[in-house]
Design a binder for this molecule. Structure first.
Ligand SMILES: [Mn+2]
Length: 357
């Protein structure tokens, strides 16, 4: 079944209802490959991509099952959409109220006219995207392989005297050379005391002996992301940082061992939080344990104190506990994992034991 058929089934789409999708990640998902701008229109009788001259040829190649209709200054997207609504006798149009700007939403409402009900799509495509298809897992696995390989390749290049920025460039370059289409997100390099910043931006800080270095990075391959974090030591770390590392590693591996279909996001997060708190680091793990990964780097469901969702087989999700000590440093260890009925498989496979360079 195609993604657009899965959406029709989930929505129990009726002959006089249609869907207008603007979120690029949902457009990619529903067309199974279109990466350009514009809008996707779906009804029981039509599958259309509305886009301008820059993307029409590309859209035909990437989404052969869709009709491509060109927009231009005299036939704007809202006008083309109104035509499709009229031709199809559509009386109910579902739109992404979580994505559209107020302006764009109002323009759509005005273009289709008062007789058409414009209603929320309620993130229905995102609900489908929670469970990855085998083809999606293949792409994520490729991205994870490149990420793991890049980590191994980079270790011999980390030296005192290089900056965080230089290490970021090496890492990103290595992923591209190994076949990544790009980065899944901006690479995080946090060395020494910068390690207490979970989302540090790599800067001019020079790597020094005794530093712990946290590297959080991922590749994008065939439209899908990977996400991995490893923390390494440059020379012997302090006893305190060794204890932090062991604590985070224990929390990380225990959560991976416990993660399987049927568990809630809350339950798994609590396992990590209890270990970290018990070792004296209460309040120093200030973010959720993990997030799903797919077309977007952050998807639902999550592993967090507020997530009551039951995790199902086919979810791809990160397990990434961390401990952050301001002025001292931090450690985070993260794998991207595929959840199965009775266990989970880490798709990122780089060594997790403390590496002292
Ligand atoms: Mn992550």
């Amino acid at each position: 079944m195609s993604a657009s058929e899965r959406l029709e089934e989930l929505l129990k789409l009726k002959p006089h209802s249609a869907v207008a999708v603007h979120d690029p990640s949902n457009m990619f998902y529903l067309t199974e490959g279109y990466t350009g701008e514009g809008m996707v229109f779906l009804s029981l009788s039509k599958r259309v991509i509305l886009t301008d001259f820059r993307y029409t040829e590309q859209a035909e190649k990437q989404a052969p099952d869709f009709t491509v209709v060109m927009t231009d200054k005299d036939h704007q997207e809202k006008d083309r959409l109104a035509e499709l609504v009229k031709e199809g006798g559509i009386t109910e149009l579902m739109v992404e109220t979580n994505w559209l700007s107020v302006d764009r939403y109002q323009k759509i409402k005005a273009a289709v006219g008062e007789e058409v009900g414009v209603v929320p799509l309620n993130e229905a495509p995102q609900k489908l995207r929670r469970i990855k298809t085998p083809a999606e897992v293949v792409a994520i696995r490729k991205a994870c392989d490149i990420t793991s390989e890049a980590f191994s390749a980079i270790l011999s290049k980390i030296r005192p005297g290089m900056t965080e920025k230089e290490l970021q460039i090496e890492l990103d370059f290595t992923m591209l050379k190994l076949g990544a289409d790009g980065n899944a997100f901006n690479t995080i390099i946090a060395s020494g005391e910068n390690g207490s910043l979970p989302h540090a931006i790599p800067g001019s800080r020079v790597l020094q002996k005794g530093d712990m270095i946290t590297m959080d990075f991922g590749a994008k391959v065939d439209g899908y992301c990977s996400d991995m974090t490893r923390t390494v030591a440059l020379g012997q770390p302090s006893d305190e940082m060794k204890k932090v590392y062991e604590t985070v590693l224990r929390a990380q591996t225990m959560c991976e061992d416990a993660l399987m279909a049927g568990k809630t996001g809350f339950e798994i997060d609590k396992l990590a939080r209890d270990i970290i708190d018990a070792r004296g680091y209460a309040g120093r793990f200030g973010h959720g344990l993990g997030h799903s990964v797919g077309i977007d780097i952050h998807e639902e469901p999550r592993l967090s104190p507020t997530c009551k969702d039951v995790i199902k087989a086919g979810v791809v999700i990160t397990v990434e506990p961390g401990v952050y000590l301001p002025g001292v440093g931090g450690v985070r260890i993260e794998d991207t994992c595929l959840v199965r009925e009775n266990d989970c498989v880490p798709l990122t496979t780089a060594d997790k034991q403390l590496i002292i360079l």
